[in-house]
Ligand binder design. Structure first.
Ligand code: 2HA
Ligand code: ZN
Length: 271
């Protein structure tokens, strides 16, 4: 059996959490990541027949029965993941009943997965329908994205358009745009269901006045999506109070999307 501390998926979680903390996106216990793992890969590091304890999920995740995830812990700080992954992360498998998570590793101090597990697992179910290769869901509180929530109408078309205008490559990176949910109570099945509904159509979902969700086939894809939105939001916030003399025109965005051959939301232009 190989040492789990050397597993590439643990390494990726450590690096990503550290990066998100360094960028100021995940203060205190803000943010959470879930990453669906390959069972055969996990079996190189863990005896997958050995369940340390079971934890109720609080909802029906039976669409994911048998699937294994590495997930950040509730109340845990992203800044601490790198130095103590076994306390701040856990590896869970969704049991046959769909409402129990079997802990295979981690949450060493008796802890459990993020309070946002419903939004994560429901989003995994939705993204797998849209893209069977999806593996990662992450949530974060990026500063400028959040700031923009206070000054731009919380409307998918308007919000996406405002972002697309801020960097030439935005429409190429997220041609599917950004879904927007109104302010809702976090940590509930309701916000999980609403997020998953959006995730059928979007890889990025704003939780109004709270943060953002990103999904992707790899950690780089999910992270890169949020990173690009945050960059655009930063430029928006740096220029919002200044007279705007120039902008990327809708025509330019069409030219870009066509040149790069991406399927973009045509009804999000010419608003
Ligand atoms: O877990 O970000 O939305 C901390 C959060 C909750
Ligand atoms: Zn949050």
């Amino acid at each position: 059996m190989k040492d789990i501390m050397t597993a590439p998926f643990v390494e990726e979680m450590k690096k990503t959490a550290a990066n998100m903390y360094r960028l100021g996106w995940d203060e205190r216990n803000g943010g959470n990541i879930s990453y669906m793992l390959d069972e055969n890969e996990v079996a190189q590091y863990l005896d997958t027949s050995r369940v340390l304890r079971t934890i109720p999920t609080g909802f029906d995740a039976s669409a994911l029965t048998g699937r294994i995830f590495i997930v950040t812990g509730t109340g845990k700080y992203f800044k601490n993941v790198k130095d103590d992954p076994e306390t701040n992360l856990g590896i869970i498998r969704i049991a046959k009943d769909g409402t129990t998570a079997e802990l295979l590793w981690g949450y060493k101090d008796g802890g459990k997965f993020t309070s946002e597990l419903p939004a994560h697992l429901m989003s995994h179910i939705a993204r797998l329908k849209a893209d069977p290769l999806n593996r990662v869901v992450m949530h974060s509180h990026p500063t400028n994205t959040l700031a923009m929530n206070y000054v731009v109408e919380l409307d998918e078309k308007k919000f996406t358009h405002a972002l697309w205008e801020m960097c030439t490559e935005c429409i190429v990176v997220f041609p599917d745009g950004v879904g927007v949910l109104p302010w809702m109570l976090c940590g509930t099945n309701e916000i999980g269901e609403a997020t998953a509904e959006k995730m059928l159509q979007y890889r990025l979902v704003i939780w109004a006045l709270h943060g953002i969700y990103g999904a992707g086939r790899t950690m780089d894809e999910a992270f890169g999506l949020i990173e690009t939105v945050e960059k655009a939001a930063q430029i928006y916030m740096l220029t919002a109070h200044l007279p705007r003399l120039n902008t990327i025109k809708d025509e330019d965005m069409k030219t870009l999307a066509e040149a790069f051959g991406v399927e973009y939301r045509k009804d999000f232009l010419d608003l």
